[in-house]
Design a protein around this ligand. Structure first.
Ligand code: URA
Ligand code: SF4
Length: 235
């Protein structure tokens, strides 16, 4: 069977044959330096095949001193063209939701778990495809390095991909959303997982999905004393 390099079928075939596809961003990370050094190397990252079809890598955006870091999935079509995270409808919805919480008016750093846009072409349209676990895993060292530099006090995982990238591959956002979580390496940070804003936009009951997103963000916004401070380690 012939498969496209880097496609899910290709990965499944490699996994079935016991082969390691070897996707990993680590060799492309800068040996030293802060966020600007990371931003520079992401452009030339070849850690997985996603760099090929995408226009360019999309790095995080916001003040490096922000206390709050919101972690998304991957750039969307518009973000890939404009080289910025959360510039489309999901980003607008997310900003609106944040403004309804105690995080309103605070500087926020927006970042994606995977830095290149994954899509399938349908005619002239590029349709978003979720990154596979292998590509998520390949890009995870980038997120980990950026988080170490950002040292956030509040961390929100937006959706399943961000949840796995931050809390481990067995993390299930549907099970863990909306409660304070223990984020390994960030013992003092308030960490919460919630829905991805795109899933709110796709929901049949958008009003209640949006209310759920705001409620989860409020858990991240509230001081631990008000949320009970019970931190749960995801299994
Ligand atoms: N735009 C992004 O940059 N990330 C997402 O997760 C969704 C939209
Ligand atoms: Fe590198 Fe991540 Fe882009 Fe893959 S998605 S090429 S690991 S930056």
């Amino acid at each position: 069977m012939t498969t496209t390099p880097g496609s899910d079928a290709d990965e499944a075939e490699a996994a079935g044959a016991g082969l390691d596809t070897g996707y990993d961003a680590t060799p492309y990370l800068p040996p030293r330096g802060g966020l600007p050094a990371h931003r520079k190397t992401v452009t030339d990252c070849r850690g997985c095949p996603l760099f090929g079809p995408a226009t360019r890598a999309v790095f995080g955006d916001g003040p490096a001193t922000a206390r709050i870091v919101l972690v998304g999935e991957q750039p969307e079509d518009q973000g890939d063209r404009q080289v910025a995270p959360f510039v489309g409808p999901a980003g607008r919805l997310l900003r609106k939701a944040v403004e309804e919480t105690g995080l309103a008016g605070e500087p926020v750093y927006l970042i994606n778990a995977v830095k290149h846009f994954r899509f399938v072409e349908r005619g002239k349209r590029r349709i978003h495809e979720a990154p596979s676990l292998r590509k998520e895993t390949a890009c995870q060292p980038r997120l980990a390095a950026e988080m170490r530099l950002l040292r956030p006090e509040v961390v929100v995982a937006l959706g399943a991909t961000a949840g796995r990238a931050l809390f481990g591959t067995s993390f299930r956002v549907t099970k863990e959303r909306g409660r304070p979580l223990h984020l390994p390496g960030y013992e003092k940070a308030r960490a919460v997982a919630t829905l991805h804003p795109s899933s709110v936009l796709r929901s049949d009951d958008r009003r209640s999905a949006y209310a759920g997103l705001v409620a989860d963000l409020r858990v991240a916004a509230d001081p631990p004393a008000r949320t009970g401070a019970a931190r749960v380690s995801p299994t």
